[in-house]
Design a protein around this ligand. Structure first.
Ligand SMILES: C[S@@+](CC[C@H](N)C(=O)[O-])C[C@H]1O[C@@H](n2cnc3c(N)ncnc32)[C@H](O)[C@@H]1O
Length: 281
């Protein structure tokens, strides 16, 4: 396991994932009943942008551009506020960012007192950092665990409402297979949950296979949203997507607002945003 998210924190792919995650959770939190979020590949929860991320500079072309943009749509506001608030809480200015929140911190900012988060991370050092990040927080359980295996034990959740974030490193060639196996099993246990899966668009055949799997699974309200920021970036990743199963309504309207903005702000003339419905009902 070589992947270290610290190098990529706050890049365009994180922005897409975290903006959609924020919108989905805002909608889920709009109803009274408690919910749970399970983050299967949580990372360390916090990234110091002066360290590894500075070496790649990817965040400057991601969250850096979002925070500098003159007129972001209001659908981006909550996410941007969470990022700025997190940086300020750690002593930064909230403008020239020093820290970026990982997915567990973004989720935490959206929990109400009755909601909870379970965050799994397999890599030792990151799992320890994650544990320290949330030490003493009674709404957050961190686990040093294989997120796919943990999912089996965690579903169905007592609340019967919630979101599962699956955000693997995609280092292994069979990662899409692992995601599909995990989804199949998870959907059997918790068919009504919202699932948010992040994926890179590098191997087009593998992505097409994943979409074919989603079609064959006969799901409800499922879509993919892909953001492209060029034909090639220094890291080689220029397009990434999220799949949303049981997408909370009216997320599609919000995607229509943030999509063109993200494509333009992060990709300029080469930017693209494509939403594809797998199942609309
Ligand atoms: C893309 S990063 C996660 C980023 C995080 N979700 C965020 O948005 O801030 C993927 C993480 O998964 C961890 N990881 C790899 N295999 C795992 C597994 N089987 N179970 C749990 N975590 C794993 C890696 O160490 C890495 O920290």
């Amino acid at each position: 396991m070589n992947y270290r998210h610290a190098f990529h924190a706050g890049n365009f792919a994180d922005v897409l994932k975290h903006a959609v995650l924020t919108l989905a959770l805002e909608t889920i939190a709009g109803k009274d009943k408690p919910f749970v979020v399970i983050d299967t590949h949580a990372g360390r929860g916090r990234y110091d942008l002066a360290r590894e991320a500075q070496r790649t500079g990817e965040w400057q072309n991601g969250i850096g551009k979002v925070l500098q943009s003159a007129k972001p749509p209001r659908e981006m506001k909550r996410y941007a506020d969470i990022v700025r608030g997190f940086d300020r809480r750690l002593g930064g200015s909230g403008e020239t960012l020093q820290h970026y929140p990982g997915s567990p911190r973004i989720v935490r900012a959206l929990l109400r007192p009755e909601d909870r988060l379970v965050a799994c991370e397999l890599q030792d050092e990151d799992a320890l950092a994650l544990r320290r990040e949330f030490a003493g927080d009674r709404q957050v359980e961190t686990k040093r665990a294989d997120g796919y295996a943990a999912l089996k034990a965690l579903l169905p959740p007592a609340e019967r409402r919630g979101l599962v974030l699956i955000d693997p490193p995609f280092e292994a060639r069979d990662e899409f297979d692992k995601v599909q196996r995990a989804l199949k099993q998870a959907l059997r246990r918790f068919a009504t949950g919202t699932y948010l899966v992040w994926y890179p668009v590098k191997d087009r055949e593998a992505v097409a296979g994943f979409k074919a799997f989603l079609v064959a699974a006969k799901l409800k309200r499922t879509l993919t949203a892909e953001l492209q920021v060029g034909s090639k970036t220094p890291t080689g990743l220029a397009r990434a997507g999220v799949a949303l199963i049981n997408a909370p309504w009216p997320l599609e309207n919000e995607l229509e607002k943030i999509g063109p903005y993200l494509a333009q702000t992060l990709g300029g003339a080469a930017g693209r945003f494509d939403v594809e419905w797998i199942a609309k009902d």
